[in-house]
Every structure is written in C-alpha cells, then in structure tokens.
Design a protein around this ligand. Structure first.
Ligand SMILES: [Zn+2]
Length: 356
C-alpha cells in the first residue's frame, strides 16, 4: 500500500473564513479557492467531455465527489454512473414483462460473452443469493445501454473496475463506448479505515428523504435524547420531513468488520490502479497529518467531531464541536478533511490531467 501525497488547499496569507456546513457558502468557497480552474473546465466542457473511473473503498464517499462536481458544472454536462444502481435498476425492469422483453432484445443485439443470455438472466434474477458476480461482459453491455440513454456527458463511473481482471476493460472502455477522443482517468481515494468505521458505526438515515447524517461526524441542527435507550438521536433538518427521527441501518453497528473482505479487495484494486502506466490519475487523500495541517489547510476545512451532553433536570441536549483526530492507516495522527476541501484537490488535478 502506497500513501498518497498531501494536498495544499491553503492560499498563503488568506484570512477568509467559510462555513462549509452552510450550502450557500459552498459556491463562493470553490470560487475563492479554484475559480480559475473552474472557469477553464467550464470552457472545456462546452465542447468536450471525459470519463473518470472512481476507485476507493466501500463507503469512501465516491458518490459525494461526483455530486460536488455535478453541482459545480451542471447535471446537463455531468453524469454519475453507479454499476450497483444500474444492476439494481435491472431487477425492477425484470418485474415488468414489457420492460423485460425490451431488455432481452437489447442484450440480443449488443451482448457478447461466454455465458448464454438465458444463464445471465437467471443470474440476474438470483442475484444477491450468494451466487458469483455477474459476468463482466454483461455489466459492460448494461453500461453501454445506460450511456446511450445519457448522451455525451462527462461520466463518473463507480463500480467498474470492480475486480482485478476488470481493470484492463476500463483501460479500453472509452473505445468500447465510442468516446474515442475523450480523455479518461482514474480517480483514486485514500480514506483511513478508522474513518470508514466511524462513518458506518454512527451513521443514521432519514426514513423519509434518506439523507444520511452521522451522530459523531455530521449532526443535524436538532439533536434529541431517548431517556429509555439512553441514546442521542438526530432529527432530519429537511422541512418536508417534519422532524423525522433518523435511524441506523441494519448491520452498520458492526462497522468495517462486516465489510472486511470487501475492503481488502478494494485495496488491491487501488494498489493495482496506482501502479498503472499511461492513464492519468487523480489521487485524493482524505486526511492531513495533524503536525502539517497548519501549513496545508484552513481550520474550517477540517471535519470536526461532535460531543453531546444531556441535562436531565432541564431535558436539554447540548452539542459541542470538538477536534476530531484519527490515526490514518499508517498510524499517523491525522485530521479528516471536509469533502469540499478534497474536491478542491480533485478539481485542480482534473484540470491538470486535461492539460488546462
Ligand atoms: Zn428527511
């Protein structure tokens, strides 16, 4: 395992402060830090696109970064393709006889591979019951179909490559989908396992709008306390959700141990992609060593932790922002960065890779 380089987002002499929890300050923040690169990429996207393969451990937050990119550059120019979501979407199509027929007719025209269509439909229907992964050639056909629907946009692809033998498919994927002249690149994520562990263990989701939050790392404005369970809880901030109580997901309390095998294979994939020649890479590091933080980032770019106290007589909950220090995978005391700060690094590196 190779450690990714640290990235400097701090502009020397800069005293401006942003609150990255406030959605209104996000755009001014990006303009302030990388307005120049954003303008150049916008210009580039008027005529061109690119393909980016997102490679990181499960729960590294890959979806977050394509979303940030999409918010800056517009969903008419950018699309996030999750192989997992596409395959789940096919489950629904299978339930509708007409859509199932359309899918099979598409596959008949476009699929080439070692397994018969009959077998593939069967594996798709029995998916998730401990059966082996769906064949790569089938996944590629589904991706091709999705890309035909989307049209010519920047693509962030999450879930391909999923295994070591799929890496070479991704190297030639743009030729397969007819993106011949568009640049492609790998975006690799480095997030310490301890951060992933706490994101999982303390994760809660709104039962109405599915917004995820975290009891330790990302709270809402309304924190409550359940006297019977002796536990704090969060209420959703979204006005439409009428203060719905956010709930943990089944299995999350186990943290990373429940996904240990997956983390090991994801790491192998990252290592392999890291050592590839010829394809540009974007290296995103979630942490900065505590010792170097002052030179590299602004305080407001560091993810805080939250502590809560319950006062029984007044039944009031107080929430305190604390400094969240975590050991990275190389055992160095580190701060975890806010996603926007990591996105600053991503956008700069993308601009570089596109030669802008
Ligand atoms: Zn909600």
């Amino acid at each position: 395992m190779q450690q990714f380089p640290v990235f400097k987002t701090k502009i020397s002499g800069d005293t401006k402060v942003f609150n990255l929890d406030d959605p209104k300050q996000i755009e001014p923040y990006f303009q302030h830090k990388i307005g120049h690169e954003i303008a150049k990429i916008k210009d580039y996207l008027n005529e061109n696109t690119f393909v980016a393969y997102l490679l990181g451990k499960k729960n590294a937050g890959k979806g977050t970064y394509s979303k940030i990119f999409m918010n800056i550059f517009g969903s008419e120019r950018v699309s996030h393709l999750s192989v997992g979501d596409i395959v789940r979407g096919v489950d629904d199509e299978m339930k509708d006889p007409k859509k199932k027929e359309q899918l099979i007719s598409y596959l008949k025209k476009n699929y080439r591979g070692y397994h018969s269509l009959k077998d593939i439909i069967k594996s798709q229907e029995e998916r998730g019951t401990g059966k082996p992964l769906l064949p790569t050639e089938y996944i590629l056909t589904l991706l091709k179909r999705e890309i035909e629907r989307i049209g010519r946009k920047v693509l962030f692809i999450d879930g391909l490559p999923r295994s070591l033998d799929q890496i070479s498919y991704s190297l030639f994927f743009r030729e397969l989908i007819g993106f011949r002249d568009d640049p492609d690149m790998f975006i690799l994520f480095e997030v310490p396992e301890r951060v992933i562990d706490e994101r999982l263990k303390y994760r809660v989701v709104c039962p109405v709008c599915y917004t995820p939050r975290n009891l330790k790392l990302l709270v809402t404005s309304k924190v409550g306390y359940d006297e019977q369970k002796k536990k704090f809880f969060l209420k959703c901030d979204n006005p439409g959700c009428k203060e719905a109580i956010m709930v943990p997901k089944e299995g999350d309390e186990l943290g990373i141990e429940a996904i240990r095998d997956r983390l090991v294979s994801d790491q192998q994939l990252i290592d392999q992609a890291f050592s590839l020649f010829g394809i540009p890479k974007v290296l995103l590091r979630n942490t900065v060593p505590v010792e170097k933080a002052i030179d590299l980032v602004n305080d407001y770019e560091i993810t805080p932790g939250y502590d809560m106290k319950y006062d029984e007589p007044s039944k009031k909950v107080s929430v305190f922002k604390t400094s969240y220090v975590v050991k990275d995978d190389f055992d160095v005391d580190s701060y975890s960065l806010m996603p926007q700060a990591v996105a600053v690094s991503m956008i700069k590196q993308i601009a570089d890779n596109l030669g802008l």
